[in-house]
Design a protein. Structure first.
Length: 372
């Protein structure tokens, strides 16, 4: 990893992603005391309004790191046991033997065996992430649907299990994190969103990070476009969407600067203790929603290139928006990137996403941002 940021190279790498087909993207990269911010492309394909690096953005499952940190704060205070069965806290949500077998840790690292509720809440997605038989219709049907976490949890808990509690590889599932939201509410006496806002977001001094109170993104932001594997052509604007379908699993709005600040403080032991951070960095194999086996800790996962520095962070997608935030273990080098198009890959005859020029361009940007 080099110690310098090359603005010309970073700007060129951003521009390459835009040229490969991404309407707009923006990023912040930090190296010690040096910060670079850049943006390429448009925030609105109809008007040509440009994206800017300070825009607020839906950051999807990066929310999980905030939720995991909140749970670990409560572990430190003795209110939650990491290896305590969830049934002891939420017996009606996960009843019977499964409630006795699934621990809090298994929810945070996706080894609970609980299924994803998404294809039940959004029926046209069918057996997401198996994509051959899916369609985007549910996304339009549910733009303004106000889901209750309890109904979504019930869909995931009553669906056929995807593994045995504690078994590996685990299977990534938003059901786990909605349960963690219910757990936080149970032990703190306030909603997970309010607790995370007070004890994680405000404690970290993040000024542009919030759980949305309505279907809109407040402040300067980009429109966001969903292609659903080429089935929505041209991609459709999903900027206005009720995010209760993911709550404490993936609904946060943030900026690339706030994300970098959050991961700096987290990896410095300033959001949770260093011993809690150590727990967060203990990984197990988990099958991601893209069907790849990744190493996953407690709301954090590592990313590295062979022989290079390991980075810790999280990625996220919602309808139309994506983000990735990573920081080196010593917190010195960081990158956060936001994009305003999702699921740009078309599917082959077997339903597998085909390579797209955006993939290589993004990988090159990530590598340039992380390693120089």
């Amino acid at each position: 990893m080099t110690n310098t940021l090359d603005p010309a190279e970073l700007n060129a790498a951003l521009e390459n992603v835009h040229r490969a087909g991404m309407p707009g993207l923006f990023a912040e990269v930090r190296d010690g005391d040096t910060t670079w911010r850049g943006a390429a492309g448009v925030a609105d394909v109809d008007t040509g309004r440009p994206v800017t690096a300070d825009m607020r953005h839906r950051v999807g499952s990066i929310t999980k790191t905030f939720t995991a940190a909140a749970v670990l704060q409560q572990v430190e205070r003795g209110r939650i046991g990491l290896d305590t069965p969830i049934g002891q806290y939420l017996p009606s949500s996960v009843p019977g033997e499964r409630g006795d077998a699934i621990t809090v840790r298994m929810l945070i690292n996706h080894t609970s065996g609980l299924a994803e509720y998404l294809p039940y809440a959004y029926p046209s997605l069918k057996a997401f992430p198996v994509l051959a038989d899916t369609g985007p219709q549910s996304m339009d049907d549910n733009r303004l649907t106000r889901f209750q976490a309890t109904e979504l949890i019930e869909m995931g808990v009553t669906a056929p299990a995807v593994g045995i509690p504690g078994g590996t590889p685990g299977v990534y599932s938003n059901t786990n994190y909605l349960l963690l939201g219910e757990l936080l509410e149970q032990v703190t006496g306030t909603t997970a969103e309010r607790y995370i806002t007070r004890d994680v977001i405000e404690r970290a001094g993040l000024r542009d990070t919030e759980f949305p109170a309505d279907p809109y993104v407040k402040g300067s932001h980009s429109r966001i476009y969903e292609a659903w594997f080429g089935m929505i052509d041209p991609p459709r604007d999903y900027s206005v969407h009720d995010m209760s379908w993911v709550g404490p699993a993936a609904s946060l709005i943030s900026t690339v600067a706030d994300l970098n600040r959050f991961f700096t403080l987290l990896l410095a032991g300033e959001i949770v203790s260093l011993s809690s951070l150590e727990e967060m960095q203990r990984t197990v194999p988990v099958i991601s929603q893209e069907g790849k086996v990744i190493d996953y800790g407690l709301g954090l996962h590592p990313m590295d290139a062979p022989g290079q520095t390991t980075f810790w962070g999280h990625g996220g997608t919602v309808w139309g928006a994506g983000a990735l935030s990573m920081a080196s273990a010593d917190g010195k080098r960081q990158m956060s990137v936001a994009v305003n198009l999702q699921r740009w890959n078309r599917l082959d005859s077997s339903g597998r996403p085909q390579p797209h020029p955006i993939d290589d361009a993004l990988a090159a940007l990530h590598h340039m941002a992380m390693y120089g």
